[in-house]
Design a binder for this molecule. Structure first.
Ligand SMILES: [Zn+2]
Length: 99
C-alpha cells in the first residue's frame, strides 16, 4: 500500500463480521485482522484481506456462513444475543462484496 492510499484510512478498519454482519466488534484495524472472534457466528477475523476479495476468499466466507446458518445460526455467546435479534437484518450489514 502506498502512503497516498493510506491517507483516508477508511479501508483499514472494519467493524462488521464478514460472515454474519455482526457490527459491535472491531474485526480489522490498520489493515490487519484483530483476531477478534465473532460472538454471533464464531468466525475469527482474518479470512481474506482488505479490499476486493478473491474468489477463494469469498468462497471460504460463503461456506462458513452457509454452514453456520445451516446449523440454525447459533450464537457463540448466547448471552450477547439481543432479544429482538433478526438474522436477516444483521446479514444486511455485510457489504455486497462479501455476500
Ligand atoms: Zn459473525
Amino acid at each position: 500500500m502506498t502512503d497516498e492510499q493510506n491517507i483516508t484510512g477508511a479501508e483499514d478498519v472494519e467493524d462488521f463480521c464478514r460472515v454474519c454482519g455482526y457490527d459491535e466488534e472491531r474485526f480489522w484495524e490498520n489493515g490487519v485482522p484483530t483476531g477478534a472472534i465473532c460472538p454471533c457466528c464464531g468466525a475469527k477475523s482474518g479470512i481474506g484481506g482488505m479490499g476486493e476479495p478473491t474468489w477463494e476468499e469469498l468462497t471460504e466466507i460463503r461456506e462458513y456462513r452457509g454452514h453456520w446458518i445451516g446449523n440454525g445460526a447459533q450464537w457463540r455467546s448466547p448471552t450477547l444475543r439481543p432479544k429482538d435479534w433478526d438474522l436477516l437484518k444483521q446479514i444486511a450489514n455485510i457489504p455486497p462484496e462479501w455476500r
